[in-house]
Design a protein around this ligand. Structure first.
Ligand SMILES: CC(C)(COP(=O)(O)OP(=O)(O)OC[C@H]1O[C@@H](n2cnc3c(N)ncnc32)[C@H](O)[C@@H]1OP(=O)(O)O)[C@@H](O)C(=O)NCCC(=O)NCCS
Length: 114
């Protein structure tokens, strides 16, 4: 959460404060380890398996998108393991589309229209 390139990290909790998941949005700087175009956002998501498919990921993305708009980002990258069918389906459902495939991973982009 305190990474210098962090733009937003949203945490979902239950009413008792137990963490159910999070979504991170980082800024892609020069020579970023993800090989993402400089100036784009880089997203990461994890939902506790027992809380999957309840709409938490969808709710988190609304906050992430707000941050991306506020920062003026042109696009957000999501890089997912090629065999991660739930991850691929989730980002596709959020509006991400495949733009690159590398050894064992699929990169999807969400383009932000203003
Ligand atoms: C992928 C993940 C982030 C989805 O989060 P979630 O809170 O379960 O997602 P939501 O319930 O908000 O689902 C939103 C939409 O994504 C799609 N989706 C989510 N999980 C899916 C699955 N297992 N199979 C197919 N589609 C899925 C659906 O279209 C869903 O909408 P619907 O439920 O109305 O059909 C979560 O399962 C997770 O953290 N998985 C492990 C880590 C991971 O793979 N992270 C992402 C890649 S790095």
């Amino acid at each position: 959460m305190r990474h210098p390139d962090q733009l937003r990290c949203t945490i979902a909790t239950d009413p008792n404060g137990h963490v159910l998941g999070f979504q991170s949005l980082k800024y892609a700087v020069e020579n970023n380890p993800y090989g993402v175009s400089v100036g784009w956002g880089v997203i990461g998501t994890h939902i506790r398996p027992s809380a999957a498919r309840l709409g938490i990921g969808r709710a988190l993305f609304a906050y992430t998108l707000d941050a991306a708009f506020a920062q003026g980002l042109p696009a957000i990258d999501a890089t997912i393991g090629a065999g991660n069918t739930e991850g691929l389906a989730y980002y596709e459902a959020m509006g991400f589309r495949t733009y690159r495939t590398q050894d064992g991973s699929v990169s999807k982009v969400y383009r932000i229209n203003r």
